[in-house]
Ligand binder design. Structure first.
Ligand code: ASP
Length: 602
């Protein structure tokens, strides 16, 4: 027998017990004629004490870090207890030990604060996974997985696998494709999500489906994206939006409870997409803190009357002027405000500058544009921004879209500086009422904001059917009736991250065809790409809707981390490479010949 107990198990109540342990050598400390070894396995660390005789044996049997050994011995009380580990009261008086396998010197130390950099740890990910810090993330991932499954099982959901080799229908992201040997010249695609399959399952009558499933998107990897990632993918029949929001609010709360022992008692707050954009500048606001935006001027229209007679060209020329009031920062020094100005000028933010008003604690106001605004004007400016004495009002002016994005980034940046984004505080939010379409300037056409299977709000179906999708005047696309159509879609946001998104689906062939047409697809094209779904809709498709949660991201947030990579056992790097197995890689001529593929590399 290799072991009777694990290395995390033995306590004072096991005193004098004869045990056998197996694991990896964490450290070896020789003290004169005796030796201490820390033995590690998945469950913990136990100290071993080797007497003089066994220590002598070590001279002939070299032992090093990460060697795999098994030992027999008696549990005994330690004279020098270690309160930092659960087994710290005891040690094993070893009577016998055996090396099961030796180890090369690991390229970095297998400890919480390792000396290994990211690259080397990714190359030796199997060693990195031995570290406690990584192991606890993998365990948390499993806990989230289990909690989701438990909940969904209780709610009568059934886990049904859907295929990975499917048909390429790029929409949104690029597909990963796989050549078919048996059907030369033809390709499968890896699913970007099981979307159409889960809808077909609804047509088949499996009214509550879920799957914790890999999805594949060949995107340029912005920070913290993975080409393959995992979703908790769900679909339900005979539901409206309210049913879905209730069901999945329940799921998240139950995950909170099981994984973090958090009772998230309050009803999850809801916000329309319009309100989110207006008050926070983006569609996934972090509501752990307030810092709402003041909309002084929007798309050329002054909302703050004080701008009407301003002589400040920067304000007058701007399409949009937005501000946020930051409490407790009115005493920012010149150096600090200069820093903020530099920050908004960085290419990622892309603003020309930043104006500010210091609303001093004594009630006086001082701005970066005092030349153009007198004390009274500044006062009404501050009032419009709902600022209080002690606030620093930060003002951005420019094109609507960029300015709104910039103020939302600045809001998060300032919240970070003030320590308002606490990793152990969780605030959920439903964002609803998204626009159904987005305007694509390049193609002068509509694209689905969510995906082409999302239904318009019931009251907007007529608008969709009754109007020609053609955009005759690109400049005035906002006046097209389609730009006003709202989607029956919803996102779940956690601490400023979109952790889930879904929609009520179109389930009638005619409306689905209209949707494809609105997206600029010809009849032939939609038949070629989605004929199977349109066909299925003719055989009694029930009303249905669903949602998918980004599982990796959810785990990362619950684990208090920014990086999803830390929560994936074998992740890829920023260039989509697995540096451990060295993939992707070339394939040999024979494989290419079988596929009848010739490379024409540029
Ligand atoms: N399939 C969608 C996605 O991956 C989610 C959904 O609508 O259920 O974003």
């Amino acid at each position: 027998m290799y072991r009777t107990h694990t290395c995390g198990e033995l306590r004072m109540n096991h005193l004098n017990k004869e045990t056998t342990l197996a694991g990896w050598v964490q450290t070896i400390r020789k003290f004169g004629s005796i030796t201490f070894i820390d033995l590690r396995d998945r469950y913990g660390i136990t100290q071993l004490l080797l007497n003089e005789k066994l220590t002598e044996q070590l001279d002939n049997t070299p032992l090093g870090r990460e060697f795999v050994i098994t030992v027999k011995g008696k549990v005994s009380e330690r004279s020098n207890k270690n309160i930092n580990i659960p087994t710290g009261d005891i040690e094993i008086l070893v009577s016998e030990f055996k090396v099961l396998n030796k180890s090369a010197v690991p390229p970095f130390t297998i400890q919480d604060d390792t000396d290994g950099g990211e690259d080397i740890r990714m190359k030796y990910r199997f060693l990195d996974l031995r570290r406690n810090a990584v192991k606890k993330n993998i365990e948390l991932r499993y806990a989230v997985n289990r909690a989701a499954r438990n909940y969904l099982h209780q709610q009568n959901f059934i886990d049904i696998e859907t295929p990975f080799l499917i048909k390429s229908t790029p929409e949104g992201a690029r597909d990963f494709v796989v050549p078919s040997r048996m059907n030369s010249g033809e390709f499968y695609a890896l699913p970007q999500s099981p979307q159409t399959f889960k809808q077909l399952l609804m047509v088949s009558g499996y009214d509550r489906y879920y799957q914790i499933v890999k999805c594949f998107r060949d995107e340029d990897l912005r920070a913290d994206r993975q080409p393959e990632f995992t979703q908790i993918d769900c679909e339900m029949s005979f539901v409206d939006q309210e049913d879905i929001l209730q069901m999945f609010e329940g799921m998240i709360k139950s995950i909170f409870k099981e994984v973090k022992n958090i009772d998230y008692a309050e009803t999850v707050q809801r916000m329309s997409w319009e309100d989110a954009m207006w008050n926070y500048g983006n569609d996934k606001p972090d509501i752990r803190f307030d810092l709402k935006i003041a909309n002084l001027k929007v798309e050329g229209k002054n909302h703050f009357e004080g701008l009407d007679h301003s002589e400040f060209a920067v304000f007058n020329n701007a399409e949009t002027i937005l501000a946020i009031s930051i409490p407790g920062c009115s005493d920012y020094s010149r150096k600090q405000t200069d820093e903020l100005i530099e920050w908004v000028k960085r290419p990622q933010i892309g603003m020309g500058g930043l104006a500010f008003i210091k609303y001093n604690t004594d009630g006086t106001l001082k701005s970066s544009f005092d030349k153009f605004f007198n004390a009274d004007q500044l006062k009404s400016f501050a009032e419009f921004c709902k600022a209080n004495p002690g606030d620093l009002i930060l003002i951005l002016a420019g094109r609507e879209e960029r300015t709104r994005k910039a103020i939302s980034d600045l809001r998060l940046y300032m919240a970070d500086r003030l320590g308002l984004r606490k990793a152990d505080e969780f605030r959920l939010l439903w964002v609803t009422d998204f626009p159904l379409f987005e305007y694509d300037e390049e193609g002068n056409r509509w694209v689905a904001r969510h995906h082409p299977f999302t239904s318009p709000k019931p009251e907007d179906i007529e608008v969709m059917i009754g109007n020609n999708p053609l955009i005759e005047n690109a400049e005035k696309y906002l006046e097209h009736p389609y730009s006003k159509i709202k989607a029956n879609a919803y996102d779940m946001v956690l601490n400023g991250n979109e952790i889930g998104g879904g929609s009520i689906r179109i389930f009638q062939r005619e409306l689905q065809e209209k949707m494809f047409a609105a997206l600029g697809m010809s009849k032939e094209e939609s038949q070629h790409k989605f004929g199977f779904l349109l066909g299925a809709f003719e055989y009694g498709a029930p009303p249905h809707g669903g949602i998918a949660f980004g599982f990796d991201r959810l785990c990362a947030i619950l684990g208090g981390s920014e990086s999803i990579r830390d929560f994936i056992a074998f992740p890829k790097n920023n260039s989509g490479r697995d540096v451990m197995i060295d993939a992707p890689s070339t394939i040999d001529e024979k494989q290419l010949a079988e596929l009848q593929i010739k490379l024409d590399l540029k």
